[in-house]
Design a protein around this ligand. Structure first.
Ligand code: 3HC
Length: 695
């Protein structure tokens, strides 16, 4: 039988199998709880609750997963469209026969809340279960904060709700969150489980009726959790609200539910939640290629070649191996290859030691990477990623050679962060097969990959790179060809202003402190010290040589000076800071170096520059470059830019990314601030020119 409102698609079906009413939600892709699902459930349950032939109810889902949450798209509505999930849950709980949820896939948010309203839960071993609402700036809104602690206790529930991290089915079994775990054939086992419960008669297991005391330990756990959370106006609003709600567990259930709903609605309307929901959808949209490549048939990738066995090459090779793809790692230097092999073995061993990977899996992954001194081995590869030294003549030679030896169907990718993909494409003699795959360091950990579409990149080559990156668990974003692509191009203005602020007398600690308080994972001076001042200085020099720098004599003089002084950052023990025994301290000599430079360039120092100015000065040029990138079509959507910054540059997710943040400031305010800086700092080099900002 099928059930559902006539004006809505039928998404809930039910049948009676030997007295068990099997209710199945069929709402691809992830069975999210939309209005149609809730109506379908209400109709089905209302019919079944009156049927005397029903001895048990089995609630399940079709497709790839049990319900993975409420439909996030519904949250833009003023109110939650009827029926309310809590009404569905109350009806489920009121059944006089046992109701069993059969869990598989990703049982998240509203999906787990639905399961908690059932009397029993059984799961496939591979299931993960969680309440990730906090990652969307929300609290669980349909009973999660009240039923979960009543079932598993306050402290474990607090952990799950405040971190939002899912747990495995075996862990859920240990905690009493599920009642049975099956290795396979969930439908058969769950049906038998429900039928047996039906025969035995219902044991009352209604969580809403369960009373739980809040003891001193629980109170302490909640307080300790609150003490460790960021302030409400710094990304901690939802997490704090989650922790507070657990305090209601000793109150009447209806009150807990009511306060939970009020907190959910408050959270839903915060900028934090809007930003996080934007980030969720932007990341998924970024994976969809705009333009003709959208419908292209991807090429088959059974084996990948990586050229260059340095840090990036090794990380890229491991990323492919982690996805089960065989890799040929080629380098002309035997020493580099043996070092690479040792690094790979050691990295996997570390994961095994930390119990993050089974020894057999580590061996399997390591075994997928074969090193090759002779580049002829690359002829087997369906995709070859060049990760050689960032120098144009080296890369030109490699692309010429790859053009000769690669399979005719192979894709040739460069991991360059700044060089011209179209030029390399021409060198290969087969430009349709060439694109950029710009991984971020460490490549086997960082999720972002900028997939660079050259002027002549074939649609199927682009589609293949995007699908492959997703298969590797990466977040791919398409970029057009320009200096620095999306991310590093926007970084330029940010670093330029960082240096100007240093010259004007702000200390590295003050600059980093201001930007980290804004939410960035790492301030610019710490970042440069980590990445290497020498690396940054070389990039500036290369740009200077290509005539691409503004005619500003003070432009990026700080990194160049520190580089000349041998202050290359963490690796030399000094840079913007000092590093000793793994500790970072302020470098007392730095202010004098900056003062000297400022004097040489006629820059007036004013060491009392405030945090607000620091954040503005660094972020405004970054956001303005984002608008230029959009105007030039380098990025297709502003969400793509946000996805780059959230996944590759430590921009705080609760700010939604730089373009979302720009929108929260508003066009008029952006223009006003840009004009203010143009006036107060001067605009001789067009740094404060305002690009086209959409209304
Ligand atoms: N609502 C609406 N759409 C959703 C969704 C949701 N809860 N979860 C996933 N989708 C959509 C995605 O947008 C995507 O759509 P697209 O194909 O049009 O881009 C599609 O489903 C597939 O998603 P993914 O590409 O992410 O597929 P994966 O297999 O990689 O991941 C997943 C599946 C683990 C379920 C992941 O999508 C996910 O984490 N979803 C969000 C889960 C979540 O946060 N649930 C809680 C929601 S809030 C809530 O329940 C409030 C309640 O307490 C009242």
């Amino acid at each position: 039988m099928t059930t559902g409102n006539t004006s809505m698609p039928t998404v809930v079906h039910h049948t009676l199998v030997e007295g068990v009413a099997v209710v199945a939600i069929d709402h691809p892709p992830v069975n999210a709880s939309s209005q149609a699902v809730r109506r379908g459930l209400m109709d089905a349950l209302a019919e079944l609750v009156r049927n005397p032939a029903v001895t048990a109810v089995l609630l399940t889902c079709k497709g790839r997963t049990f319900m993975a949450g409420a439909d996030i798209r519904e949250f833009t509505n003023e109110t939650i469209p009827e029926p309310d999930p809590n009404t569905v849950h109350a009806l489920l709980e009121s059944f006089q026969v046992p109701v069993v949820a059969a869990l598989f896939g990703t049982v998240l948010g509203g999906g787990l809340e639905l399961a908690l309203a059932c009397h029993y839960r059984v799961a496939l071993r591979s299931t993960s279960l969680g309440l990730p609402e906090v990652t969307l700036g929300l609290v669980p809104g349909s009973g999660g904060t009240q039923r979960l602690p009543r079932l598993i206790g306050v402290a474990p529930a607090l952990r799950m709700i405040v971190t939002g991290k899912p747990i495995s089915a075996p862990a859920a079994l240990d905690m009493g969150l599920v009642d049975a775990v099956f290795d396979e054939d969930l439908d058969r086992h769950a049906l038998a489980y429900a039928a047996a419960l039906g025969r035995a008669g219902l044991e009352a297991r209604v969580l809403a009726q369960r009373a739980r005391r809040l003891d001193a330990q629980d109170q302490q756990a909640i307080q300790a959790c609150l003490d460790g959370l960021p302030p409400a106006d710094r990304g901690g609003y939802a997490a704090r609200a989650c922790a507070q709600l657990l305090r209601l567990v000793d109150q009447p259930f209806a009150q807990g539910l009511r306060e939970e709903r009020e907190a959910f609605m408050r959270c839903r309307d915060t900028t934090e939640s809007q930003a996080l929901r934007h980030a969720f959808f932007a990341e998924r949209e970024a994976g969809r290629i705009p333009g003709p490549a959208k419908d292209a048939t991807p090429r088959t990738i059974a084996c990948v070649g990586v050229v260059g066995a340095g840090t990036m090459g090794v990380g890229i090779a491991m990323s492919f191996a982690n996805a089960g793809i065989p890799v040929i790692l080629h380098d002309l230097d035997a020493g580099s290859l043996s070092r690479a092999s040792a690094t790979i073995t050691a990295s996997y061993r570390r994961l095994v030691d930390k119990h993050r990977l089974a020894a057999s899996e580590a061996e399997r992954r390591g075994g997928l990477i074969r090193v090759a001194l002779d580049d002829a081995a690359l002829a087997q590869a369906d995709l070859i990623v060049e990760a050689a030294f960032e120098q144009i003549d080296i890369k030109e030679t490699i692309f010429r050679r790859l053009g000769e030896i690669a399979k005719p169907t192979a894709i040739l990718a460069s991991n360059t962060s700044s060089l011209d993909i179209d030029h390399l494409a021409r060198c290969s003699g087969r430009p349709a097969d060439v694109l950029g795959m710009h991984f971020f360091s460490p490549a086997h950990i960082m999720r972002l990959v900028e997939v660079v579409r050259g002027a002549r990149t074939a649609p199927d080559a682009l589609a293949t790179a995007m699908i492959l990156a997703k298969r590797m668990g990466k977040v791919p974003v398409v970029s057009g060809v320009c200096y620095g692509f999306i991310g590093n191009r926007m970084l330029e203005g940010y670093l330029r202003e960082t240096e100007s602020l240093l010259l004007e007398g702000a200390t590295p600690a003050r600059i980093d402190g201001a930007l980290e308080a804004f939410g960035l994972a790492m301030g610019p001076c710490r970042m440069l010290d980590l990445a290497g001042v020498d690396v940054a200085a070389k990039v500036v020099l290369a740009r200077q040589a290509s005539g691409h720098l503004p005619p500003d004599p003070a432009y990026r003089v700080v990194v160049q000076t520190l580089h000349d002084l041998g202050r290359h950052g963490q690796k030399t023990g000094t840079g913007f800071y000092r590093y000793e025994d793994g500790r970072r301290t302020d470098a007392p000599e730095l202010p004098a170096i900056m003062a000297q430079l400022a004097h040489a360039h006629g820059i007036r120092q004013r060491p009392d520059i405030g945090a607000e100015e620091i954040v503005d000065r660094c972020l405004l040029p970054l956001m303005m470059e984002g608008y230029r990138i959009l105007e030039e079509g380098i990025a297709a959507r502003s969400g793509d830019i946000d996805t780059v910054w959230l996944n590759g540059y430590g921009f705080p997710a609760w700010r939604g990314g730089p373009m979302f943040y720009a929108r929260t400031l508003g066009r008029d305010e952006l223009i006003r601030r840009m004009e203010t800086y143009a006036r107060t700092l001067g605009n001789a080099f067009a740094y404060w020119d305002v690009p086209r900002i959409p209304e």
